[in-house]
Ligand binder design. Sequence first.
Ligand code: B12
Ligand code: SF4
Ligand code: SF4
Length: 232
Amino acid sequence: MSDSENIRPKGDSLATVQDALAKHGLILRGGFYPQSGDGAPRGTRTLLLVGNAGPAMWQAFKAANPGGRDPLNCWTRKLLSEIADRFEARVIYPFEGPPYAPFVAWATRAEAVHPSPLGILIHPKYGLWHAWRGALAFPDLLNLPETNTSTAPCVDCTDRPCLTSCPVGAFADEGYDVAGCAAHLHTPQGEDCLAEGCRARRACPIGLDYRYEPAQAALHMAAFLRDRPPIR
Ligand code: B12
Ligand code: SF4
Ligand code: SF4
């Protein structure tokens, strides 16, 4: 291990965390100083969020070719636990639970992401095509990464095509009709969403360049449906 790999991420050396993540196509998604009641591990003074947007994570994941039943989460666990050890941080994953760590609340504290009518958070540049893969909890006060400060894109979107594009109206009423969505995905007509990703999400005009490629979208949709067998 080189000297630079032993540096704790204080001050300017936050860049070393960014570099370590970038090798796996991951990005720092801002951070904040948690207070009691924020759900961060005890003793955390800085929480940095880690996530994906754009094709880099998918390319790194494909190159690693981890295999197994839950390959993306296994791959995430392996590399983020190594990075956390190296920087003497603890790591929390969004997919471990219930109870789940409150990533949606953390995300809105960490950078300018906004609730969309679909329920998931929209980013001014990435649109709906981004997610979180983990959070690094540090016992020290670190400088926070710079993030965007733009306003919510949905404010100026009068047509709201996301709300009218689901073939079964899963977003027609309050909340997301998970059972209605899953039932549709089990039919031949659901093949489009399974292969290309949620049609409501695809209807959004923001962040088109960041849309997941079909193989990535299909992996997420298959993981969602795997836990929802058809109701007979
Ligand atoms: C449980 C969960 C779900 C459940 C939701 C259960 C429900 N609504 O009844 C199910 C399995 C249905 C789900 C689905 C999806 N989810 Co989800 N989900 C989570 C998870 C693991 C925990 C949420 C939670 O319970 N938090 C604790 C409670 C106290 O906080 P809460 O804010 O009240 O949580 C609610 C919302 O998060 C909401 N919710 C969660 N996911 C989704 C998705 C949609 C479309 C909607 C409307 C609401 C919703 O349901 C929670 C319980 O009511 C979070 C990760 C995390 N740790 O936060 C991801 C998370 C919220 N999901 C995410 C995503 C992307 C999805 C999918 C779109 C994934 C996909 N296939 O591509 C799918 C939707 C399927 C589709 N049609 O495309 C992302 C959102 C990213 C973003 N841009 O905001 C998160 C943050 C995971 C991540 N790694 O980034 N999810
Ligand atoms: S289609 Fe419009 S309202 Fe819907 S998420 Fe995209 S910007 Fe927001
Ligand atoms: S995946 Fe398809 S059926 Fe499910 S909410 Fe999205 S558009 Fe509707």
